[in-house]
Design a binder for this molecule. Structure first.
Ligand code: AKB
Length: 321
């Protein structure tokens, strides 16, 4: 494994917080700098390696940090997600597009490698819903989706025009037990567990027959590291790989949780996020990621639910939930 000096933006977020820990284990804690913005970092994030605050929209400061820490690789996780983006589309554009543009410009000048996640939000009502192909119609109806399409196109542009190493996957909904997601449409699939483990009734904000592609956090982390360690010359796509692990309806998730917590109860009261969920695919074809860099998930619904419940139950008993 080559030496790397890594910066993670959005390090206090759902994915960033766990990715930071995984990368510190892999490349050494001093080599992985976590950058957060609004959310308070967890104790483990601050104590396991360097932690700084910064805003991706502030190009001067971003460049200063990259120089000061001699960064060569950036995992750019800072983003405003779909539901928050619909409440403040201007902020969503500013953070997601201007933040990425700042980083790509610094990458062009300093020859950085960039991981920039995209999302199933790039798809829209015009996209085939089942087994959604890699190269297909992108007609998002959310500002978040629009910014992610822009991000994919910008990433590819910097690859072709300047030879910058930019890579990214289209994440489905991510389920995790460490840091709660913030402001996404797929958040119900995480929240349901927290209520179930605490013995509380959950009111789900999408209809029970809503099916979306999902992935458990260990697979999410694995995909980012595996893609970044893949041979760049073998990649035909770069910043827009379809990846998935499972697809299920909200009701199927409830039923699977009930196998472990039979008293759990859930009601369904769809809000504005239902329309967003309905604009996204139900399942994804990730054969290009499998062929080009060997993608293969480890967790299906059954295995993910068992592990989530074990982890959250332990946290609950220790008073950490
Ligand atoms: C969201 O729901 O906005 C995100 C995503 C699918 O990108 N989790």
């Amino acid at each position: 494994m080559s030496k790397q000096r890594v910066l993670i933006t959005g390090a206090t977020g759902q994915i960033g917080s766990e990715l930071t820990i995984a990368l510190r284990e892999r490349y050494g804690k001093e080599n992985v700098i976590a950058m957060g913005h609004r959310r308070k970092p967890s104790e483990v994030l601050e104590s396991s390696g360097p932690y700084i605050t910064g805003d991706v929209r502030d190009r001067e400061k971003l460049e200063k940090i990259i120089k000061e820490y001699d960064i060569d690789t950036v995992y750019h996780m800072a983003a405003i997600l779909s539901a928050t983006g619909e409440k403040d589309p201007q902020l969503c554009w500013d953070v997601n597009v201007n933040g990425l543009y700042n980083l790509l410009e610094i990458a062009r000048e300093r020859n950085l490698r960039i991981f920039c996640p995209s999302s199933i939000a790039v798809f829209g009502p015009g996209t085939p819903k089942e087994n959604t192909p890699q190269d297909t119609i992108l007609t998002p109806t959310t500002m978040y989706g629009v910014t992610k399409v822009v991000g994919e196109l910008l990433g590819e542009y910097y690859v072709q025009k300047y030879g910058v190493d930019v890579r990214g996957v289209r994440y489905p909904g991510i389920i995790s037990s460490e840091t709660l997601p913030g402001g996404g449409t797929t958040d119900y699939a995480v929240e349901m567990f927290y209520y179930a483990v605490k013995g509380e009734r959950y009111t789900c904000f999408v209809k029970e027959d809503t099916v979306l592609p999902m992935m458990y956090m260990p697979d999410c982390i694995k995909s980012a590291i595996q893609l970044m360690e893949a041979d760049f010359s073998k990649l035909k796509h770069h910043a827009n790989f379809n990846i998935t692990a499972m697809s299920f309806s909200a009701k199927e998730l409830e039923e699977e949780i009930k196998k472990h917590i039979p008293d759990f109860s859930c009601e369904y009261k769809p809000d504005f996020r239902q329309k967003i969920a309905e604009s996204w695919p139900r399942s994804i074809d990730d054969s290009c990621a499998r062929e080009e860099w060997g993608w293969k998930p480890d967790y299906d619904l059954e295995r993910m639910v068992k592990d989530m419940i074990e982890k959250l139950t332990k946290k609950y008993r220790e008073g950490r939930l």
